[in-house]
Design a protein around this ligand. Sequence first.
Ligand SMILES: Cc1ncc(COP(=O)(O)O)c(C=O)c1O
Length: 438
Amino acid sequence: MYAQLSNILDLVADEDQEVAALMAAENIRQSENLPLIPSENIVSTAVAAALSSCFTNKYAEGYPHLWKEGKKVEANGRYYQGQANTNALEKLVINRALQLFCDNNNPEDYHANVQALSGAPANLAVLSAFLNPGDTFMGLALDNGGHLTHGHKVNITGKIYRAVQYGLTDEGLLDYDAIEELAKKEHPKVIVCGATAYPLTIDFERFGKIAKSVGALLLADISHIAGLCVAGVHPNPFPHADIVTTTTHKTLRGPRAGLIICKKALGQQIDKALFPGLQGGPHMNTIAALAVALKEALDPSFKTYARQIVSNAIALAEDLKQAGFKLIGNGTQNHLILMDVRHSKPEVCVPDASQLAEQLERAHIVANKNAVPGDLKPWIPSGIRLGTPAVTTLGMKEAEMHQIAAFITRATQHWQDDAELDKIGAEVKAFMVPFVQG
Ligand SMILES: Cc1ncc(COP(=O)(O)O)c(C=O)c1O
């Protein structure tokens, strides 16, 4: 799986031994550790190669189209010359994005902006397109599974706008009635739905109704579940959402970037907000890699992959529950699992998830600490977040999930026993071998 890097390593080593050594070390780290961070994945060789293409040399500020009186027209909207290939490339990826995300909902009624450098600027661009400083929007609170850019106070979205945060029920479910009540009270201009740590299906239709009832735009940030949505494994946010943002490197398995898709009537405002409002030149090499990733996601085999991600997550969650871990939402319906290790059964109870995440890494299991609902001190989180996109890319199925659950359980039971953790680490390394060769 990681053999793609060998030729690149030699090329870099000819110029720069220090960077080549770090690349080689990271290659080994990725081959010897279980990749269970739900926001990570492993791109194909073609995506990796497109990322290193000569498109990286080209400045392409502007768009391969212009907007005239609210309508998108075919025209060269770039600020520099030499855009024949960048224009063709960006149009290709826009069309692929529309085909993928809007399939049954009339792609011609939608617009895609493929230039966001990642998920955070995609969200900021959308908010800045429709809000003035001080305006109200709503988003899911960070400690309840939302993202920083959904209005957390340390993020610019929480500093320049009046961000009203909603949360989950005690059972860890989105509380749609409470969200509706809050929206009626606060009159937000935009409601953001979507999450970074929510293991259950999101009811976009209900969110759409809530937004409509208060005259707000609905922004669905599907960064985590994009690959599941396009494969039909999770409901699609369109037509309920007005705007969809997503990162392209999680379940979608593309390069690190952001994507914005919206109802066409909003396209001009969004394009303008992203460039010149927020960003400069797009990273055309990343856009080339995104084109390749979207072609891969359009292939029927991607549906099989996405289904397997969810089957794997369910298998892993069931075993972890059996072992005594408390799971937020009591399980999973998507690609991620959120364990509350502080309130798990005594055999697998750990008071501080930060320490556990570090000790799991000692056992070659790479997950991340995460706040869970009710955490009063974010710097001492109770949660460990796990996901199956990357291990599924490696070819693992339910049988391997049972093995992974056993590794996690043992490592948690022995989280203070370094010798045992090293022993588990050696076993995990051996377990990985057949999946990372070739
Ligand atoms: C829901 C959600 N939105 C936005 C982002 C930000 O994406 P990026 O890190 O690419 O800026 C993330 C990243 O984890 C996310 O989970």
